[in-house]
Each structure stands twice: as C-alpha cells, then as structure tokens.
Design a protein around this ligand. Structure first.
Ligand SMILES: Nc1ncnc2c1ncn2[C@@H]1O[C@H](COP(=O)(O)OP(=O)(O)OP(=O)(O)O)[C@@H](O)[C@H]1O
Length: 300
C-alpha cells in the first residue's frame, strides 16, 4: 500500500520552476530515495509532502491525507528531519526530547529512543556542544519521537565524517527494520545505493528515472567490463559472439570485453574449453554513478 502519493506536482518560486510535474508513490515499509544534484527540486518536493509548502498544482497524499489541508493527521503519521535544522544552543538533549515528546498524543519512550540512537551519555549536554554526528542523531530521534509511520530524512549525512555517516546509515536501516517507511533525500550515490529499495532520480524539477538501484544500473549503457591477459591468442570472433557482448577490443596486451553479468561466466567457460588461462582477470561492474550520468547527463 502506498503511504505517500505524489502526482503531477508543480511548484515555482517566481519564474523559477523548482518542481515541474513530479509523480511517485512510496510503499509502506520501504526506503525510498530522492536523488539528484543541487537545486534539482528535492527539498521542495519533500517540503510539499511535509505540508511546509503549498503546491501550485498536483496532488499529495500522506496516509490518505492532504498535508496542507489535514495538517493535524499528517503531523501524527509523518516525522521529519529537516535540512539544516537548528535548535536553541542552550537546550539539552534531554530537554529537546521531552519537549518534542510532549507535542504528540502517543509519543515513543524518549529514553529508549536516546539509547537506540547512542545519545544516552549526551542527555545532559547542550545542543551547541554536540558534534555534527550527535546533532544529526538527535534530529533523527526528534523525527521519531512522535511514533511516525513515515520519516523524511533530508540530506541527513551532509557534512558528517565517514564514521558518523556509516553510523547514520545503520540507524536508517534500523528505522526501516522497525517498520517505519523512510523517504530519504540525498545527493550521495553510495548512500542511495546502499540504503534505498527504490530511487527517483530528479533533475531540473523532473523525475528522469525511477527504479531499484540495480534496475537503474542495469539500464546504464556501461554494463560489465571484463579484461584479462590471455595465455594464448583467443578467437576474437568467438568472444564477440558470446551472450550480451557489446564490444571486444585488444588494449595494452589485454583483451577487454564489454557485456553484462551474463557474459562473465560464458567467457570463462569458452576460454577454459580452448585451454586459455585468463591472467590478471578484472571484472568491473557499473555503479549507480554510471547509471546517474547515463540517465541524466549530469554529475552530482
Ligand atoms: N525559497 C525559495 N525561493 C526561491 N527559490 C528557491 C527557494 N527554495 C528553492 N529555490 C530554488 O528552487 C530550485 C530547487 O531547490 P531545492 O532546494 O528544492 O533543490 P534541492 O534539489 O533540494 O537542492 P539542494 O540539494 O541544493 O538542497 C533551486 O533552483 C533553488 O534555488
């Protein structure tokens, strides 16, 4: 069942079309990624989902409710970690959690939440004294304290060091495992590939592709590259006739075959049947980066 439905969403700031006909549906229990370069319209899209912006046109529903007209019901099902959030510098972690918990009719146990997010030792610490990773973990806790069905995480790991980023990824996986649907905005490929069940690629206000990470990668022109030094000269025509082969070339004493995952096994069997050994074998799979460049023609 779709817990978020967006169809034909348009939003402009003056003459600038920030979102230009975006449609997607997020299924209950998935991590759905919105991936795109700066200024693509990601934040504007999720702000319309959160009810923070009124769409110029189109329909948005969160658990069947209109986020602008039905503010109350939407606030009860949706938790949000906003991009570049701030709290009062002097508020402590405990005070922030208590304050936010008091805003909901059926809040989560904030102490258990703090424990789950590794914040127990920081409960007495003031917001201004927290590290970047601790601040982000607090914002995730505040997004979860209302026991939401859906949580929106916007640029969660921007500015975090690699360790804090990996900690945040584990937390996102844990949130999904607890049954909460996640709408994740990011411009990090690795993050989208690792976490998301499905990804909408957005560029200049439009969705250019929507698929699973592996589905997006399969669509890319750059598939699997297999290269090796043959122990004896192979028959290049036979190599070119293998399944899904796009090209076979000789380069610096190596044979370079471009194909798909299916090509690798067939190639190794053919070489074995001819008594040829593939020395220094390298198999390179396309990544989400390649798919992104192929599908949008833009770098992140
Ligand atoms: N309040 C605003 N007033 C005017 N223009 C805005 C406003 N907010 C966003 N824009 C413009 O709308 C476009 C989309 O911005 P948006 O923040 O939605 O993109 P984004 O994909 O989230 O980008 P980023 O990754 O940089 O946050 C951009 O060109 C941006 O400059």
């Amino acid at each position: 069942m779709a817990v978020i439905e967006v169809s034909g969403l348009h939003k402009a700031y003056g003459d600038r079309k920030a979102v230009d006909g975006v449609s997607f549906a997020v299924e209950e229990g998935e991590i759905f990624g919105i991936l795109g370069p700066n200024g693509a319209g990601k934040t504007t899209t999720v702000e319309c989902v959160e009810g923070l912006r009124r769409p110029d046109a189109g329909r948005v529903r969160v658990a069947g409710h209109d986020p602008v007209a039905d503010r109350g019901p939407v606030t009860r099902v949706l938790g949000a970690q906003l991009q570049e959030s701030e709290l009062q510098p002097k508020i402590t972690v405990r005070e922030a959690l208590e304050l936010y918990a008091a805003c909901y009719p059926d809040p989560a146990d904030w102490r258990a939440l703090a424990e789950r997010l590794g914040l127990t030792a920081q409960l007495g610490k003031r917001f201004a004294k927290l590290s970047g990773g601790q601040k982000q973990r607090l914002f995730i806790a505040l997004a979860l304290v209302g026991n939401p069905r859906v949580v929106v995480l916007d640029e969660l790991t921007t500015g975090l060091d690699p360790r804090a980023r990996r900690d945040a990824w584990r937390i996102v996986e844990d949130i999904r495992a607890s049954g909460v649907t996640v709408l994740l905005v990011t411009h990090f490929m690795e993050e989208a590939q690792r976490l998301c069940d499905r990804i909408a690629l957005i560029d200049r206000g439009r969705i250019t592709a929507l698929d699973t990470p592996s589905g997006l990668i399969e669509r890319t022109a750059s598939g699997t590259e297999i290269s090796f030094r043959p122990s004896a000269e192979p028959d290049m025509e036979q190599l070119a006739a293998l399944p899904s082969v796009e090209s076979v070339v000789r380069k610096d004493g190596r044979v370079v075959v471009n194909g798909t995952d299916e090509t690798t096994g067939a190639l190794l069997s053919l070489l074995a049947s001819q008594g040829i050994t593939a020395h220094q074998l390298r198999v390179t799979e396309a990544t989400l980066d390649d798919a992104y460049l192929d599908l949008t023609g833009t770098d992140t």
